[in-house]
Design a protein around this ligand. Structure first.
Ligand code: NAD
Length: 483
């Protein structure tokens, strides 16, 4: 039981709970207490889950789209019914704010299912076209078994961002959630069963990535691999998938720029900049490099610090809290290591700069570093914690060069009052998503993904169906029908 919610620590394979002899501890970041013992899967469980998914694939692929859509809406209904339970379990498991889970994240989980169900039925079509008396028709054929591997920073939201389109597309699924946050994937398995998703169509394998990963990603029966996580893990998966040429979609890390020109609405720029501490900085898309035009640097920093002073750090179950803990002790130390090395190398902490001594545990103070030398690791490597840097620029070209000066290309955030400049700069930034005078506005019809080391491919709307399906063109000579 976690917060009075019954959560199974077993795998979910072929419509049944399966336990492994070995287990691992699931620890809450709120107080580092063990909250569950989870089955520690390996090659045997991975093989069994892919077998269940492969066996159920033909029937699910031939289930009419309207029926698949009906079942996915049923999943969304149950998610909405259980919203509070899912929210509190997720908060205890990953330390993100209960307020966000209640208001934004869990509603988005339901929306993931509804959106892809509706897209399948209403929007997934390409107009037929003629070529010299031949008729062309494009169809999206289910590809088979999709293996979905997901991270801990937004566990159920990011898992269902893959599960929903894969199931809508007619694929069967094996989900491998992150070992730091296994619980809501387990609750989702119960929900799919209750919704009437046939046994074997949705499977969950729990375990440590390196122990279960290869067996899942190297299985020749797997038709697609969608992964959200870090660059080093993506490299391992790509290597494993290469043996069977299994197509992969990768959503990876970022080091996104947040550019503020002197002509920007400063209230809005400052408010959005402070929001980069959301989820205790554990957001792939966060604009962590504040690049501010030198004419307004002092004003911006002063106003940023004033606003950031009002950010409340504490227990994420408290609805008044703005910033919670880091996910794990290991991650906390990693974040602290980045900050210490940056300061040793000459950067100055204008805000924070270390653990929150009052709260103890895994609470790291929202931090703003200035004066890092060009090329310093704090300006190039992903920290994935509540750590922002601020630098100034004097020209548009310099801002663009600085913004593009990492190996990543996930997102870009730009504040300016000049429309022509916004268009010029956006066009030159390497990024999968640009936000101009806003941040984090998401529409599931839009493509989502990263350039360079931030990812391979795009998901969202048609792009998700393009990935999970074998897209087929049928070209017919319409003069050859028997009368
Ligand atoms: P991670 O790569 O350590 O782990 C992600 C998942 O991969 C986990 O489920 C893990 O068990 C699994 N895994 C680990 N080794 C594996 C292997 N050898 N084979 C198969 N699976 C394996 O990443 P993380 O620490 O959980 O997540 C943080 C990273 O995710 C950050 O870099 C962040 O930027 C990125 N992220 C990206 C997006 C995006 O949409 N671009 C969203 C969220 C997080």
């Amino acid at each position: 039981m976690v917060a009075d919610v019954e959560v199974s620590g077993g795998h979910w394979i072929g419509g049944e709970r399966v336990a492994s002899a070995a287990t691992f501890d699931d620890v809450s970041p709120i107080d580092e207490a063990v909250i569950a013992r989870i089955s520690r899967g390996g090659a045997t469980e991975a093989h069994a889950a892919v077998s269940a998914a492969a066996a159920s694939s033909p029937a699910w692929a031939s289930t009419p789209p309207t029926e698949r859509a009906r079942l996915l809406h049923r999943v969304a209904d149950i998610v909405e019914d259980r919203l509070e339970r899912l929210a509190i379990v997720e908060t205890i498991d990953n330390g993100a704010l209960l307020r966000s889970h209640l208001r934004g994240v869990m509603p988005r989980v339901a929306h993931n299912f509804r959106f892809f169900a509706d897209y399948l039925v209403n929007d997934l079509h390409h107009p037929d076209f003629e070529t010299r008396g031949h008729h062309n028709h494009v169809s999206w054929d289910p590809s088979g078994v999709a293996v979905l591997i997901t991270p801990w920073n937004a566990p159920l939201m990011l898992a269902t961002w893959k599960v929903a389109p894969a199931l809508a597309a007619g694929c069967t699924v094996v989900l491998k959630p992150a070992e730091w946050t296994p619980l809501t994937a387990s609750l989702l398995a119960d929900i799919t069963k209750e919704a009437g998703i046939p046994d074997g169509v949705f499977n969950v394998v729990q375990g440590l990535g390196e122990e279960v990963g290869d067996a899942l990603t190297g299985d020749p029966r797997v038709s697609r691999i969608s992964f959200t996580g870090s660059v080093p893990t993506a490299r391992l998966i790509a290597r494993s998938a290469a043996a069977n040429l299994t197509p992969c979609s990768f959503e990876l890390g970022g080091k996104s720029p947040f550019i503020v020109f002197a002509d920007a609405d400063m209230d809005s720029a400052v408010a959005n900049a402070v929001e980069q501490y959301d989820n205790a900085g554990q957001v792939c898309l966060a604009g962590v490099r504040l690049l501010v035009e030198d004419a307004v640097l002092d004003e911006f920093v002063e106003r940023f610090l004033a606003r950031a002073a009002a950010v409340r750090q504490g227990d994420p179950r408290d609805l008044a809290t703005d910033v919670g803990p880091q996910i794990s002790r290991e991650h906390f130390e990693r974040v602290d290591g980045f900050v210490r090395r940056a300061v040793t190398a000459g950067a100055e902490a204008l805000l924070g700069g270390g653990p929150n001594e009052q709260l103890g545990g895994l609470y790291y103070r929202p931090t703003l570093l200035a004066g890092a030398a060009p090329g310093a690791e704090i300006l190039t490597d992903e920290v994935f914690g509540p750590v922002l840097t601020v630098q100034s620029f004097s020209t548009e070209d310099e801002a663009i060069a600085m913004a593009n000066g990492t190996e990543f290309g996930l997102a870009g955030v730009l504040f300016t009052g000049d429309r022509a400049r916004a268009e010029r700069v956006s066009a030159q930034l390497v990024a999968g998503t640009m936000w101009v005078n806003c941040f984090f506005v998401r529409d599931l019809r839009a493509p989502f993904g990263g350039s360079r080391h931030s990812g391979v491919g795009r998901e969202g709307g048609t792009w998700s169906f393009d990935f999970y399906c074998d897209v087929k063109n049928t070209c017919t000579n319409v003069d050859r029908w028997t009368p």
